[in-house]
Design a binder for this molecule. Sequence first.
Ligand code: PEP
Ligand code: CO
Length: 441
Amino acid sequence: MTWAPESWRGLPIQQQPTYDDPEAVEAALAQVRALPPLVHAGEVDHLKAQLARVARGEAFLLQGGDCAERFVDCARKPIEAKLKILLQMSLVLTWGARIPVVRVARMAGQYAKPRSRPTEVVDGFGEVHSYRGDHVNGHHPSERRPDPRRLVDAYFHSAATLNYARALLDGGFADLREAEHWDLGFVREAERRAAYQDMTDRILDALDFVRVTGVEDPSLHSVDLWSSHEGLLLAWEEAQTFPVGDKFYNLGAHLLWIGDRTRQVDGAHVEYFRGIANPIGVKCGPSMAPDELLHLLDKLDPEREPGRVTLITRYGADKAGELLPGHIRAIQREGREVVWSSDPMHGNTVSTTNGYKTRNFDRILDELRVVFEVHRAEGSHLGGVHFELTGNDVTECTGGPQGLGELDLVSAYETFCDPRLNYAQSLEMAFLIARRLQGER
Ligand code: PEP
Ligand code: CO
């Protein structure tokens, strides 16, 4: 079957909103289609080349951001905070583990969410549509009707977010010699606690060397950050799809991934994804059979193109040891090369007795530890990590350096979707991963 940006239409599709006014949807999509791309195809190719290095073990992938980005997060402070935490984590990994880091933000378009139920009952409102992300409807129970105008709003919020992120990267953040922009207090704090001393020494030495000598180490001087989101609302993704040369690119983001709930081999999402030239992610949860994974890859990456596919495994700490070996062996049997990334968040979500969705820092770490060990035992390597995190001091995940308990969650539980690591938890995670990587090398 020949592929076209719209060839997914008519195939079985999961997780799409139902709008009351299909004409308004088509009008909104026509408006999006006429607007300029958000990224350039050359950047997309560049990221794919970097991911090919990750697959070969020459670099490490750090992907992170909100579970659901909200339109209100398209503001100066939240964007700065997100960039800062991603850059700081990558600094820890780069110098702590001495490995180049490819940074991919779940940002500038992560507005649509799959849900386990299409509707829910809310006190005082009766049965309402589930919140599917700002791309579709509002979080408040009175705003749950899917609103086509949000398709256009999503474009402008992505564009404004990406524009400010690019401005920050082109400006002060791009230059590590301007260390104040990076707020390196966290390194000095880790040093003061005598935690990770070897790594903090290396980070500070590297920065001092650059500052004192004025050497323009390209690894310090230029900072790349790529945008990514789950490619969920296919009509919107289709509207972001442009021909470039003899290929089609989704130019709404650098990388897109297929969620664990929409990766059916004969479904609409896989059909759409197989035709775009971007690097793509595939979430692999406990229900993925090894054979199914190979069928997916035959469709999504028939040419076996380096950097094309990142497999983002998310089993849960108690299942990773049992399930990951089968997936790794299937890939090895076929002689395929992929980026193996670990999302230790989505398989470890629990509900507290006081009604919060949370994840425990140590359980997250448990999954990572198992995944690192299984890759090593199977003669493979973990190429990257995928976190839901924020640069703010929220209280959504338990444990970590502040020892947050279930009762602490009430104080700053801000997510509209899944619980994120906060600033301190994210940095601690980066140091722990850096130590692990250092041990592996
Ligand atoms: C997500 O990344 O927010 C998500 C919904 O993940 P998954 O598809 O792995 O469940
Ligand atoms: Co999530």
